[in-house]
Design a protein around this ligand. Structure first.
Ligand SMILES: [Ca+2]
Ligand SMILES: [Ca+2]
Length: 198
């Protein structure tokens, strides 16, 4: 007769333990890592004082990550792909870096059960903005989670939705820009005159 393998012995012992355990212990709920991320926009610098973000103004996103599960979270970090017309504000950002793919990101951090942590992300509205709003959404990762979690705009009822910021369309070129534009035209005219004279 063939001898029992170690694996089959282990299975047998395991089955015996399963039978011996009280029902309450068998039904024990497993640990559930869980986090949420709120993303709120605000106008940090409003150059023309119109209370709307427009070219040159700085938007501050405040992203708050909360550990709402029953497991301590490690290697938590935020990644946020910026709209092409938003400029990462190197002067104000201290908690976010920018990678070569255009993602703003935080360093890894730990988050105990029930704790939260907020981060400020500063972006400047670029001068090629054609839309009347800009939409941004962050993703949050943790070693204990099998998938990333999308941020939510807490100002709207929809869950896990992007944060949408209105952008003003009434940007008037500054006098210096107009003056340079005029000089450029004058220079082109002079070049053309020189070519005709040659
Ligand atoms: Ca403004
Ligand atoms: Ca929402």
């Amino acid at each position: 007769m063939k001898a029992k393998t170690h694996a089959s012995c282990a299975r047998g012992i395991g089955f015996a333990l399963f039978l011996a355990l009280p029902v309450g212990q068998i039904a024990q709920v497993s640990a559930a890592p869980l986090l949420t991320a709120d993303k709120v926009d605000s106008l940090y610098t409003d150059n023309d004082g119109d209370a709307i973000a427009d070219v040159g103004d700085i938007i501050k996103y405040t992203i708050t990550v909360s550990n709402v599960g029953d497991v301590a979270l490690t290697n938590v970090h935020i990644r946020d792909q910026l709209d092409l017309n938003l400029i990462f504000d190197a002067d104000h950002n201290v908690e976010f870096g920018l990678d070569s793919l255009g993602y703003a990101y935080t360093a890894n951090f730990a988050l105990a059960v029930g704790n939260n942590r907020s981060f400020g992300l500063f972006v400047e509205v670029g001068d090629r903005f054609l839309a009347d709003s800009v939409s941004n959404q962050a993703s949050v990762y943790a070693a204990e989670l099998t998938a990333s979690v999308l941020s939510d705009d807490p100002d709207t009822a929809t869950q896990f939705d992007a944060t949408v910021t209105p952008i003003s369309q009434t940007t008037i070129p500054e006098p210096t820009t107009l003056a340079l534009f005029g000089l450029g035209l004058a220079g082109l005219g002079a070049m053309r005159r020189r070519k005709l004279a040659a």
